[in-house]
Design a protein. Structure first.
Ligand code: GLN
Length: 534
């Protein structure tokens, strides 16, 4: 087993996840079996209890793992399915060690960060890396490990120490460190500055890790002399200094790495020079180029509560892009803060109210995503009502489907106080209720989570057709409330409407660049008046 560790320096938000995924893709295109892992040094057991506005979306896996959004990048780039164990957190490691301590595994010993925590980290990495890769019979040849955060963070110290030890455990030929850094240009002098990268590499070395490849984020390609300088000061061969300059869409990143022969640099460190297959990446080249050439717009309004951070809806955005590219349209997303559509905003902040409605009314399609808590729910109900009455293509996901049901009960069935018991426990018309198997005392991992099967009772509906008239579909879930827990209502659809679909599950998690989600494809096609063409 070979390991590629990806670390980040200077600042956060460099796109380490996309870089790590692209490296994985490149190695896969060389004919290797690749898996990946993400280390998040926070104390939460998993991402499930964290705010999407702080940390971006919670990505959900088939096995119900609520994980960091980077696992979504890996699944989309590598087209594999990962498990909850592929996301390591400080919380999981400490829990593991504390459980062992209580069991008496370390009887008589003082339990310490070194060696107990550091051993637990290494054992975890080795165990998970050796699990057979989804869709194949054997383990991966290469495991790409991304270490979250930035070199120097206090909370990642035990992981750095563990990874330093790990490089010795597995041997120099089996361990390659790619450090992602930043080369800024200061306006005053207009020169690409190498000092921040030099400092972060020095930081890495002080902690016992030596980079083999440095991937530099920059606005434009690195100049030759800048590469030479970095090579000299960071003790990394010049051909191993890769430049990741700004590109028009992320599908160019694997191509950028390939063009600079990043795979050769990595394969050499890993003593895999025997792998001579050139990574073609034909499909990615087509998608990257196609995406740049699109000009006919399609506007989708996302009416959500966490619109201040677009990463909060990352998989939804990706799924919309996959579908738009497949339909040959250039996607424009209009972020509509759900609360701004409400009448209280009309009084308190009329400009925001007007702006929100203008965006909603200008959209070709409306998407109401999932969410928790009652802030903005009324705004989402109003968006569903507008879409239903004005016959605007609508896709409601999870909470988005629940508000569509509430809206229908209120406006069409005349049940004025229809609500979800999540927002009004005393409503006389609870049309969305707490599921019997849920827990109200424990929040972590207690929802209905992961892949569940939905059977179509009729194929005479748009969703069944979009899913290719299959008898059932497997999609991922993450919810505590439901429309009818006895019947497990998973999909709602309106007749006599161009496209009005709500789903209890989250189709966005399984959308892939070359295999767009059926329901997103339906939304985009309907928004462009092309649904019949599907
Ligand atoms: N809050 C709702 C529930 O728990 C919807 C969840 C979601 O949209 N993911 O059922």
């Amino acid at each position: 087993m070979k390991y590629v560790l990806v670390t980040g320096g200077v600042v956060s938000g460099l796109g380490k996840g996309v870089t790590a995924s692209s490296i994985g893709l490149l190695l896969k295109a060389c004919g290797l079996r690749v898996t990946s892992m993400k280390i998040d040094p926070y104390l939460n057991t998993d991402a499930g209890t964290m705010s999407p506005v702080e940390h971006g979306e919670v990505y959900v896996l088939d096995d119900g793992g609520e994980v960091d959004l980077d696992l979504g990048n890996y699944e989309r780039f590598l087209d594999i399915k990962l498990t909850r164990d592929n996301n390591i957190t400080t919380g999981k490691i400490y829990q593991d060690v504390i459980n062992k301590e209580r069991r008496g595994d370390y009887l008589g010993k003082t339990v310490q960060v070194v060696p107990h925590i550091t051993d637990a980290i290494q054992d975890w990495i080795e165990r998970v890396a050796h699990v057979p890769v989804d869709g194949t019979s054997g383990p991966a040849d290469v495991c790409v490990i991304e270490l979250g955060g930035t070199i120097g963070d206090i909370e990642s110290m035990p992981f750095i120490e563990a990874l330093g030890q790990f490089s010795y455990r597995v041997g120099a030929d089996n361990f390659c460190l790619v450090h992602v850094s930043l080369v800024p240009v200061l306006n005053v002098v207009g020169e690409q500055k190498t000092k921040p990268t030099q400092h972060s590499v020095r930081g890495l070395r002080c902690l016992g890790l030596t980079p083999h490849v440095i991937a530099c984020r920059s606005t434009t390609a690195l100049e030759e002399n800048v590469k030479t300088k970095l090579s000299q000061f960071c003790h990394v061969q010049k051909e191993n200094i890769i430049t990741l300059y700004d590109v028009s869409n992320i599908w160019h990143i694997p191509l950028l790495l390939r063009d600079q022969k990043a795979h050769d640099a990595i394969l050499k460190v890993l003593n895999l020079q025997g792998i001579t297959r050139e990574p073609e990446l034909e499909q990615w080249t087509t998608m990257a180029e196609c995406c740049d050439m699109l000009h006919e717009p399609v506007r989708i309004a996302i009416v959500g509560k966490y619109t201040s951070l677009s990463d909060a809806y990352l998989s939804i955005q990706k799924a919309l892009v996959h579908a738009s590219v497949a339909r040959g349209k250039k996607l424009f997303v209009d972020w509509v803060p759900a609360g701004d559509l409400e009448s209280t905003t009309a009084k308190e902040n009329p400009d925001a109210y007007k702006a929100a409605w203008k965006l909603l009314k200008g959209a070709d399609g409306i998407l109401v995503p999932g969410g928790f808590g009652d802030r903005g729910v009324q705004g989402k109900v109003l968006a569903a009502k507008y879409a239903r009455e004005q016959k605007i293509p609508f896709l409601g996901i999870c909470l988005g489907m629940q508000v569509a049901v509430i809206e229908f009960a209120r406006s069409v069935l005349g049940l004025q106080d229809a609500n979800s018991t999540e927002f009004d426990p005393d409503t006389k018309n609870p049309c969305v209720i707490f599921m019997p198997e849920g827990s109200k005392t424990h929040m972590g991992g207690t929802m209905r989570l992961g892949s569940r099967r939905t059977y179509f009772q009729s194929t005479d509906c748009k969703s069944a057709k979009l899913y290719g008239n299959k008898r059932f579909v497997d999609e991922r879930h993450r919810h505590r409330y439901e429309v009818n827990p006895d019947m497990r209502m998973e999909i709602v659809e309106l007749r006599n409407h161009p496209y009005f679909i709500g789903v209890q599950f989250h189709p966005e998690y399984k959308s892939r660049p070359a295999k767009p989600s059926a329901l997103f494809l339906g939304l985009i096609a309907a928004a462009c008046g092309q649904l019949d063409a599907l």
